[in-house]
Design a protein around this ligand. Structure first.
Ligand code: C2E
Ligand code: CA
Ligand code: CA
Length: 557
């Protein structure tokens, strides 16, 4: 084969297999050629310089000028360059790279424009940006973003001397739908009511999805058709008709609503939502399908829920707590990676176990979380040290830490002291942080996390996807692990949007060099899918429920 033939073959093969489109311009010949995927990318040919405007006119308005400046072909010294552009059809994103080759006399000889389709990459970033503000199930604002918008309402109201009302809307007996008809039906109902509420939104009314079956509505300067009562009446009118689900079921629902207003109930966005939530629960306890307005006695009553408060304090002083450990496994090898310590309150008097989702919020309110948290840190790290001594393979101990604990100024020193006391290698200790922690005081928490990371402790971001998860903000944190929230895993097999988001979270985790953990994996198919798309670690009932010490030791030996 001649050298020329060889080069031609090589050239043809490179062009045929490349994923990019090329435009080659020779200044000497004054000739334009398109190569590679050109015909797949664009429905037009470019044969001469005069055809070139078709290329940039094919871009969305905002990008026309940028692309024109970049690809412009004329016989003068041209810099190499790069830009990203969106197609006029708004469907495809391109990255455009320009390389100019010069001859000995510094005159431009050839110019190569390389166009790559980066739509997929861009989409993933868009999904994540979307995730930062919206709840993927309902398309409503998520809790954290709702808090931010409510905060803006309150600041404006302060300046203009106006009122802001918050309504918390909760579906009555939602559990019955979920338990009786399955989670898919439950999700569908949450979605449908979500779209009903979404229609109420306008410049002065924002609607959010707090979690599960709870929605939030904020009204700036309630008046005319947009007072709390008129909005409540509109919801009631719609609820007189049933919802139709795709399984053929017809459900009638009622809601309980709690209302609290700025400045009466509180001047703070989070507190205002809490107040509305508290009165909503009070309404429920009086009978459902009610609207309950904030008044101070209700709040006092709640805050001084003396009985529960005392019980919790007593449990703290007599240490009625135990820890359970839920195993985490590497997805590919199914080897044990570590365990997450989960607290249990054994209420001897009632002979029951009280869930941490019930008492941790209370402990955060009355301050006992500090003693409880200290005990959890001590006990889990002690247990970890013991297991490291007893068994060959050292496992990671993941510990949940509440926002209140991070706020203590001696948090870092305390934790290090416990680790030293038991002589554990800090790389086996992992702290689980939730995004609510970061929102409270980002800079100070970030500084503490950095100090701990430097010491060697691992940092894991818990419940990812349920809050304000922006990329920019992840980059500023010393994260090792990201835990994808159970709500994604629940629907990932049948909901396309969740699938796209989950895949992009995992792609992002890879790019940033973190480890991805999926939480709440209950079925084999969920595990298989997650393993396929590159999720590193699996935690959930499918592999193991939270276990006591003896059961974990069986696993270890
Ligand atoms: P989390 O940190 O998201 O913990 C995971 C929860 O999901 C645990 O609930 C666990 O038992 C449950 N879980 C794990 N796999 C599955 C599954 O496949 N299906 C289902 N349905 N659930 C699964 P748990 O133990 O009730 O804990 C609830 C929450 O309480 C935790 O959520 C965490 O936020 C908090 N918590 C637990 N222990 C502590 C602690 O020591 N300190 C603090 N501050 N919070 C804790
Ligand atoms: Ca956790
Ligand atoms: Ca979690």
């Amino acid at each position: 084969m001649s050298e020329l033939q060889y080069q031609l073959d090589m050239y043809r093969l490179v062009c045929e297999t490349s994923c990019d489109a090329f435009l080659f311009y020779s200044f000497e010949e004054d000739e334009v050629r398109t190569l590679g995927k050109w015909n797949e990318f664009f429905p037009f040919e470019i044969k001469t310089i005069e055809d070139l405007p078709v290329l940039y006119d094919n871009m969305a308005d905002f990008y026309v000028e940028k692309v024109r400046n970049l690809v412009y072909l004329e016989k003068r010294k041209l810099p190499n360059g790069f830009c990203e552009a969106l197609n006029r059809n708004k469907k495809n994103w391109y990255s455009i790279n320009v390389t100019v080759e010069y001859d000995e006399n510094d005159k431009p000889k050839n110019k190569l424009i390389c166009i790559s389709d980066i739509t997929k990459f861009k989409r993933q970033n868009e999904e994540l940006a979307y995730l930062a503000y919206y709840d993927p199930l309902t398309g409503l604002y998520n809790r954290n973003y709702f808090v931010r918008l409510l905060g803006e309402f309150i600041r404006n109201a302060q300046d203009d001397d106006k009122i802001v009302s918050v309504m918390i809307v909760d579906i009555d007996d939602f559990r019955k739908v979920n338990d009786g008809m399955g989670m898919v039906a439950g999700d569908e109902l949450v979605q449908q009511l979500g779209s009903v509420l979404k229609e109420l939104s306008n410049a002065n009314v924002i609607v959010g999805h707090v979690n599960s079956d709870i929605y939030s509505i904020a009204i700036y300067e309630p008046k005319n058709d947009f007072t709390v009562d008129s909005i409540y009446q509109r919801i009631q009118t719609r609820l007189r008709r049933p919802f139709y689900l795709s399984n053929g079921a017809e459900i009638n629902v009622t809601v309980s609503v709690g209302v609290a207003s700025y400045p009466e109930a509180s001047k703070d966005a989070v507190e205002l939502i809490n107040c509305a939530e508290i009165v909503m629960f009070r309404g429920k306890s009086l009978g459902k399908n009610l609207i309950q307005y904030f008044d101070t006695p209700i709040l006092d009553d709640f805050l001084n829920n003396v009985q529960m408060d005392n019980k919790l304090r007593e449990a703290v002083s007599n240490n009625h707590f135990t820890l359970q450990y839920q195993p985490q496994f590497y997805a590919d090898t199914q080897k044990l990676r570590g365990v997450e310590a989960l607290i249990r309150w054994e209420d001897a008097g009632e002979n029951t176990t009280i869930s941490p989702t019930v008492f941790i919020p209370l402990a955060e309110k009355n301050g006992t979380i500090i003693s409880i948290g200290n005990w959890v840190m001590d006990e889990s790290i002690r247990q970890c040290a013991e297991w490291h001594k007893k068994y060959q393979n050292p496992i990671i101990m993941s510990i949940n830490v509440s926002a209140i604990q991070y706020m203590k100024i001696d948090f870092v020193e305390n934790l290090i002291a416990v680790i030293e006391k038991y002589g554990v290698d800090p790389k086996y200790i992992e702290l689980e942080v939730t995004e609510s922690v970061l929102i409270a005081d980002f800079d100070s928490v970030a500084t503490k996390l950095k100090a701990l990371k430097e010491y060697g402790v691992r940092i894991s971001l818990d419940d990812f996807g349920t809050g304000y998860s922006s990329l920019a903000y992840l980059k500023k944190l010393p994260i090792d692990t990201l835990k994808i929230d159970k709500s994604f895993i629940d629907t990932v097999l049948y909901d396309h949007a969740t699938q796209v988001i989950t895949e992009s979270i995992i792609n992002m985790v890879k790019t940033m060099g973190f480890e991805a953990v999926a939480e709440g994996v209950e079925h084999e198919l969920q595990y298989k899918y997650l393993n396929e798309i590159g999720c590193d670690v699996i935690q959930g009932f499918y592999f193991a429920r939270p276990k006591n010490v003896e059961e974990i030791e069986k696993l270890l030996s």
